[in-house]
Every structure is written in C-alpha cells, then in structure tokens.
Design a protein around this ligand. Structure first.
Ligand code: C2E
Ligand code: CA
Ligand code: CA
Ligand code: CA
Length: 278
C-alpha cells in the first residue's frame, strides 16, 4: 500500500541519515583523536608455516572513542585518507610500532619482524620517505626488520611514480609487500616489474579456497608464482586447521589469522613472546 511504501521510504531515509551522521561524527572526531591519545596499535602475529614459530607481527590501528566506542579501521581509514589525516595517522602507527617492537627485542638474531600498512595516498607525500627513515634512526630499529604493506591502489599514481619510490625504499632496506594480492586486476604484472619482497594473499581467497575449486587453484597458483619469484608468500585470514594444512601443502611461507591469534595489545604480545622463549 501507499502507507507501507512511505514507511519504507522513511525507514531507508532515516537509515541513510544515521549513516551520514556517523560518518560526519567520525570525520569530526578523528581530527582530534590523535592528540587526545585515543588511537592505539594492535599486533597480529605472523607464524612461519614450516616451524609454526612466531616470526613477526602486523601493526593495525585501533581507535577507541569515549562515546562512539570502538571504531574499526574499515570505517576510519578512508575518512583519514579523504581528509589528509592519514599522513599523521600512519606515521603515528609506524613510530609507535617501531618503539614497541624495539622495546620487545633489539635488532639481533631472531628479533620479531614488523609489518606496517602504508596508505597509497601518503606514499607520494614528498616528506614521507625521510619521515620513515628518521623514525627508524631515532628509535634505533633497522629498516631491514620492517615490511611496508601497500595495496594495489597505489597505482592510481601511475607506475612511473611508484616504481622509483619502491626502489628507494628497498635501497634503504625496507621490505615491500603487495597487500590484498589477487583482488586487483593486474596483480601478476607487478610481480616482475617492482622490487617486491612479499605478496599477501587476500583474505577473501582464503575464506573460500576449501569450498571452491577456482579459489583453490588461484591460491595454489599465487603461492607457486610467489615462491618461484623468490618472494615471501603470506596468507591472511587463516581461521581453521584445514586451511592451515592445505597452505602448508602448497608451501606458503607465513600465515596470519584468528586460527593463531587475533590482533593483540602490546602487553598480550610480550606475554606471548615470553611464553615462546620458555
Ligand atoms: P588488512 O591490511 O588487509 O588487514 C587485515 C585485516 O584482517 C585486519 O582488520 C585484521 O584484524 C583482519 N583479520 C586478521 N585475521 C583475520 C581472520 O582470521 N579472520 C577475519 N575475519 N579477519 C581477520 P582490521 O584491523 O579491521 O583492518 C582493516 C584494514 O584497515 C586493514 O586491512 C588495512 O587495510 C587498514 N588498516 C589497518 N590499520 C591501518 C594503518 O595503520 N594504516 C593504514 N593505512 N591502514 C590500516
Ligand atoms: Ca595489511
Ligand atoms: Ca590484506
Ligand atoms: Ca584489506
């Protein structure tokens, strides 16, 4: 009936305005989140497949707001990218993660590796390169311990801009990982034309590779190509033992996912590291 339609219309209209309001509030509040100390960093363990040993962590941004509660990165990273705040945000995460990891263990043999997400937006900021190097120097952490995770969106800037930047970062010692690998449309062409050290198979493939032949073959192929090209291959979003077993079979190098750990606070991570020592 007409009344129903109108009700529905109002309902959706309200739903949309609630979403818009939330986004506006996030935009507004994010601007001050850093100075108010509301942002923190969690660490998700990366395990080596062959030894089932903790070898590194991925740093993930977290935001707790007094009235909005926990806001997750999928909601605030895009806002930060649009507003330009991503620059300060990523540098905050980078510095904090370097400090935390350095405090956990200095650079010697067996020191945990660190992976940090870098937004494609900020990769082309002129000071960005120097900022990363300065932070490493001031904290005392070797760039060789750090892998920068970058998604294929980086190529909105064009290959000619990205390639020399990647080369410069590599020269400095940073590892370079292509994140969400397989979701873009030309992933394969990047493998042999960029100085990558790692590819990270997207969670959406790991989700379903036990159930769908096509995804299975894709995962198998990506691991194979990565390994043949001498890259570290990481699978993210591993949640079950059967996924793990199959990835081991395919000779994947590293796994990350709820099967082992959710992203941990630095306190939880250091407890885990202590336990591993015993
Ligand atoms: P991502 O880089 O692909 O990170 C992996 C995401 O998958 C994380 O979500 C992680 O918590 C989640 N995850 C890990 N294991 C599992 C699993 O077994 N099952 C499921 N269902 N999920 C799993 P999170 O922390 O919400 O981050 C979402 C995205 O936000 C990240 O995706 C990354 O693109 C971005 N992000 C997070 N922190 C930062 C940051 O500091 N800077 C930038 N630029 N982006 C960030
Ligand atoms: Ca990542
Ligand atoms: Ca990813
Ligand atoms: Ca992702």
């Amino acid at each position: 009936s007409k009344a129903d339609k109108k009700g529905q219309y109002l309902f959706y209209n309200n739903l949309i305005s609630v979403q818009i309001m939330r986004k506006m509030e996030i935009q507004h509040e994010l601007a001050r989140a850093l100075e108010r100390g509301e942002l923190s960093v969690h660490y998700q363990p990366q395990m080596s497949m062959r030894e089932e040993k903790l070898v590194g962590v991925e740093a993930l941004a977290r935001w707790f707001h007094p009235s909005l509660g926990n806001v997750f990165p999928d909601e605030f990273i895009s806002v930060a990218e649009e507003s330009g705040m991503i620059h300060d945000l990523d540098l905050f995460v980078f510095r904090r993660a370097c400090e935390d990891l350095y405090a956990l263990s200095s650079n010697g043999e067996g020191a945990l590796k660190l992976s940090v997400n870098i937004s494609p937006v900020q990769l082309t900021e002129p000071e960005f390169f120097c900022d990363l190097v300065d932070i490493c120097t001031s904290v005392g952490i070797a760039p060789e311990r750090i892998t920068l995770e970058i998604t294929e969106n980086v190529f909105i800037h064009g290959f000619d801009i990205v390639k020399p930047l990647f080369a410069k970062l590599r020269q400095q010692g940073f590892g370079l990982s292509l994140d969400d690998f397989g979701t873009g449309y030309s992933s394969l062409s990047y493998i042999n034309s960029l100085p990558l050290t790692e590819i990270k198979i997207d969670r959406s493939f790991i989700n379903k590779f036990l159930d769908f032949y096509q995804s299975d073959m894709l995962v198998r192929m990506i691991v194979g190509i990565g390994r043949l090209c001498g890259l570290v291959v990481v699978a993210e979003g591993v949640e079950t033992k059967s996924q793990l077993d199959k990835l081991l079979n395919y000779d994947c190098d590293l796994v990350q996912g709820y099967y082992f750990d959710r992203p941990l606070t630095i306190e939880q991570l250091s407890e885990k590291v202590e336990l591993c020592k015993e």
